[in-house]
Structure formats: C-alpha cells, structure tokens
Design a protein around this ligand. Structure first.
Ligand code: CDP
Ligand code: CDP
Length: 213
C-alpha cells in the first residue's frame, strides 16, 4: 500500500542512536519527526498511574483501552498527550517506565491501537518515524528503510552517559523475543552500525542512502 507522502522508517535496539539520528535527518529534510517509543512509554506511564501491574496483561489491556492518547505536532515533531496532558521527557524516561515499557508493548491490543495511530500520522505530511516495527509492520511498503545498530557495550554506556538507569539488554531481549511484532531487521532495510562513528557521520550515511526524488 503506497502512502501519499514519503516515510523514512528507522528501527533498531535500545540506545542505538535512533532518536538522535531520526531527529537530525528530519530537520535536514524538513520532515516531521515521530518517536513511536514515546507512544509506548506514554501508554506505560498511564498504566502505572492507574496502579496496574505491568506484567498483568489482562489488566493492562483493560486499562489501555480507555486511555486517551494524542500526538499533536509542535516544532517539527510529534508530542504525546494523555488525556490532554503533554508528557515531559522526565515522565517518559523515568526508571519505572524504562522497567515496564517492554511488558506493555507486548500486549497485542496496545500495539494494534498505537500502530493505527502511527499510520494515521501520514496525514501530517512527509515523516521520519522511528521505533522497533516501523519498517516491518507499520509502513512495510516504504522504500526508505533504515536499521540503526550499535554494540551492546556501546549502547549501555551511551544510555548511562545520559544519566538513565536502563537495562537496555533486558529490554532488547523482551523486544526481540515477543510474539507480536518483534524487533527485526526489516526486509529491504539498510543496516547502519554506528558503534564507532559520530552522530553527524551516521546522519550523513542515512541521507546518502535515501534516494528521495
Ligand atoms: O529510546 P529507546 O531505544 O530506549 O526506546 P524507545 O524507542 O523509547 O522504546 C521504548 C520501548 O517501547 C521499547 O523497548 C519497546 O518495548 C517499545 N516499542 C515498540 O515495541 N515498538 C515501537 N515501534 C517503539 C517502541
Ligand atoms: O533513540 P535511541 O535510544 O536508539 O538512542 P538515542 O537516545 O538517540 O542515543 C543515545 C545516546 O547516544 C545519545 O546521547 C546520543 O547523543 C548518543 N550517540 C552518540 O554519542 N553517537 C552516535 N553515533 C549515536 C548516538
């Protein structure tokens, strides 16, 4: 299924550099940047606020179904609002959210809802959308697919340099092993390992790879 505007899909494991690269590529091209991880994080924040155990899939399903989630655009990127509250970076990246998010993201109904919301964002215009299943499930027909990788050591040290307690290896294990839309290298994606290159060099490699006319 073709889309009315181009979508650059960027997938990859935790702390590989996806968000930084996607944001800079979007700025260079004048496209809107969409961080889908923040949508799963926002849903997780709402589930935790409701006092639900993230590992209780049935309770997560019931709570998530009534959460009002929106993605308004501001300054070239989508924000995430829950019941009208725009979530802050501190709320999205808190330790409890880091620990719980991969459990919430395993619930099929949560994914179906967020994938539908992500596809609807194409109405905004050209997008750079980043996550785990963007090239494999959300926009599988996009001809502009990138997979950003980095070694586990580099990813763990990048995340701790950001000051976050985040078990990236454990999150990757859950994200790769889950039944619904696991993290994979999408068919047709160009793999860029940015373990030993700068952010600017990685952005340049993405831009060179894309054949946007
Ligand atoms: O930034 P980081 O790589 O640490 O994670 P994120 O992109 O904010 O995603 C947080 C979590 O949301 C991931 O560990 C996945 O469990 C889930 N996620 C997903 O399942 N599918 C997506 N398209 C994006 C994120
Ligand atoms: O979105 P994701 O979790 O994949 O990673 P990120 O939040 O964009 O990047 C994690 C950290 O690594 C950030 O502080 C980036 O500036 C840094 N980074 C880097 O130093 N060199 C790169 N080639 C890529 C990312």
């Amino acid at each position: 299924m073709s889309t009315p505007h181009p979508v650059i899909t960027i997938d990859g494991p935790a702390a590989s550099g996806k968000s930084s690269i996607a944001r800079l590529v979007a700025q260079r091209l004048g496209f809107t940047y969409v961080n889908t991880g923040n949508m799963y994080r926002a849903m997780t924040w709402a589930v935790l606020q409701a006092g639900v155990d993230p590992q209780d899939a049935e309770a997560v399903r019931a709570t998530a179904a009534s959460v009002v989630i929106e993605s308004p655009v501001a300054e070239g990127k989508t924000q995430v609002c829950i019941a009208g509250h725009a979530l802050t970076d501190a709320e999205l990246n808190s330790d409890p959210v880091n620990r719980a998010v991969s459990h919430i993201a395993r619930v099929v109904e949560v994914r179906e809802r967020l994938v539908a919301a992500q596809r609807a964002l194409i109405a905004i215009g050209p997008l750079v959308m980043e996550g785990r299943d963007i090239g494999s499930v959300v926009f599988p027909d996009s001809p502009h697919k990138i997979y950003i990788d980095a070694s586990e050591d580099v990813r763990a040290s990048r995340r701790s340099a950001q000051g976050h307690a985040d078990q990236v290896a454990e999150r990757d294990r859950l994200d790769k092993q889950r039944k619904a839309s696991p993290l994979v290298i999408p068919e047709g994606a160009r793999v860029i390992d940015n373990s030993h290159i700068t952010l600017e060099q990685a952005v340049e490699q993405v831009i060179v790879t894309l054949k946007l006319s």
